[in-house]
Design a protein around this ligand. Structure first.
Ligand code: SF4
Length: 251
């Protein structure tokens, strides 16, 4: 981000006492009509943990196809987003009125003048399918169903993010999506994000453990702002400079 975007009155402000009043979004949408399509076999293999060019044996490949077929009936992609104005920013904090999002993500989005908080879910059915396979002693089927759920949650979040992009104006861009637990944003920030978007409307709730229910859900933020110039948002990936070499979110 550029130094000019750091507002002196926003430099490391103290947290407000008690629960901060939740800001009213500039725009918000519940997306109940999302389509993610058929899970690609290479993406399922990646989520299982296969190296990029490894080819599974016939038994595993056929099982991936069979579980993928069965998953079509249980995937329920839904999501929601809320766009808020950024009222202050330092390299490690984003302010939305009296709410503070902490972490390096503030630096990664660059000089965004708005953020969209995104929540998305593949639904509970895919985890229930994995549980059923496990109960039947089919650990390979359970592993594949779990991988399909992980892929579907990310694909749903991508679809919600695509909706956010329709709210960017001419000359504006939308950054990569950053999620709690990755990219310098602690899992505890999940609670902050859930205060900025109507996740319940998309059927997603936050557990005290900071995990989401349904389990195969994704939350995150994207920055929205000028695509070029000194106040431009950052569009490049921070992954090249990140030490988490085995991060499955690497892009
Ligand atoms: S590898 Fe990339 S996606 Fe993963 S934590 Fe690092 S910056 Fe984030």
């Amino acid at each position: 981000m550029t130094g000019s975007r750091v507002r002196p009155d926003a430099l490391d402000p103290p947290d407000p006492p008690g629960m901060a009043a939740m800001p009213v979004p500039l725009e918000a949408e519940v997306c109940g009509d999302l389509v993610v399509g058929r899970p690609p076999a290479d993406e399922i293999r990646r989520h299982i943990g296969y190296p990029a060019h490894a080819v599974p044996g016939t038994t595993v490949a056929e099982r991936i196809q069979a579980v993928t077929d069965e998953s079509a009936a249980v995937l329920r992609p839904r999501g929601a987003f809320a766009i808020h104005g950024v009222t202050g920013q330092t390299p490690h904090r984003l302010l939305v009125e009296r709410v503070t999002i902490r972490g390096d993500v503030a630096r990664f989005v660059g000089a965004a003048d708005r953020i969209a908080v995104v929540v998305a879910t593949a639904g509970a059915g895919i985890s229930e399918l994995a549980d059923r396979y496990n109960a039947e002693g089919d650990s390979l089927g359970a592993l594949i169903a779990d991988a399909i759920g992980s892929w579907a949650a990310e694909a749903t979040a991508d679809a919600v993010t695509d909706r956010v992009k329709t709210h960017a104006g001419p000359g504006e861009a939308v950054t990569l999506r950053y999620s709690p637990g990755y990219c310098g944003m602690a899992m505890t920030q999940q609670a902050v994000l859930f205060g900025l978007v109507d996740a319940e409307a998309a059927g997603v709730s936050l557990l005290p453990s900071m995990l989401m229910q349904p389990l195969k859900s994704v939350s995150g933020i994207v920055g929205i702002g000028p695509a070029a110039g000194p106040e431009a948002v950052r569009l490049e990936s921070p992954c090249d400079a990140c030490g988490r070499v085995n991060c499955h979110m690497r892009r």
